[in-house]
Design a protein around this ligand. Sequence first.
Ligand SMILES: [Zn+2]
Length: 383
Amino acid sequence: MTKAFVSASHSLADQPRQQSLTIRRDHPPRSDSDRQSSDGSPRPSYPTWTFLALGLIIGLVVILIAVLSGVGGRGAVVAESPAVGPIPDRYDAGRAMGYLNQLCDLGPRPSGSPAMVRQQQLLEDFFAKRGATVTRQGFETRNPNDGSALEMTNLIASWHPDRPKRFLFCAHYDTRPYPDRDPHNKRGVFIGANDGASGTAGLMELANQLDDLPSDIGVDLVMFDGEEFVWQERRDRYFIGSTYFANQYKTEPPKIGYQSGVLFDMIGDKELKLYYEVNSLRYAKDVARSFWKTADRLGVQAFVMRQRHELRDDHLPLNQIAGIPTIDVIDFDYPRPGIGAPSYWHTQQDVPANCSGESIAAVVWVAHQWMISQSSVSNQTNQ
Ligand SMILES: [Zn+2]
């Protein structure tokens, strides 16, 4: 995924939580004993007034930031639970994290790499075991480095393609060749725990939920290759797999098309906050609104009903070429929103330790319940 630009809707409400803390930490409240000079006598009144005035100003700044950011008293860097209440047991955070670890243990997984080949086998077996018909959508492209032929593969796991309401859930499963935004080593190792593995792990956990679907619903889980086979930012193409998939869908439409699509990307952040993404509202507003409404109903507070970033991602070809109304469920602020906050995106910090199975399970919970809410037959599947 690549960033179009930061949306103008960046609001003060998204100011960093730790900013106010930093100020507190840098200027701890002074005790009376601090104000004693070395001989034990009180300091002269002028410095005392200076300290008081300084303290007052700092206090006001801290209060102002706290009020503007709406986080007063919430503590700072401690990750908040993605949901108000407990996540139901069937959406298993430990299992989801296990999937994420399993994928990361394969090593970096850029398109065409041996680890990608191992990942494809792992996933094909995984989804087949859960009752899906798994199709490899293979196609040839060019390696931008030397023009040589490169085989890419989208993986499609399909349940009940004959049913009238079909939903597409997707993620990219390739990882970027290098952590080219890393402040220390732009040619280091990029594991892609959040950017690559988390979305795929979300699809895996969702696959565990498909045994008791309402009778009118069919599901395809699709993993796109070549989302970011990008060695040089301005030279190389993004979204190669999803573009191929969208073109195929358009030229050879299935008997029953998808009602809508949901893209998972970077859903594993320990400090999950999911804002509306601008292009999702542009192309699939109803899907986005109903999805976030489901989150609200379930008390999954990680979903915030405000727009924040405009992103170019795999949902663009699906919307623009295939005409499938598709939203991007993405937490682009990794780890947390805010000016001056660190970003692990495309760095060596994108590792399992910065991800959480709870975040993935919360998203899968919403996705599954949202899909059930779209059924005309049944709302029986419990939460
Ligand atoms: Zn990326």
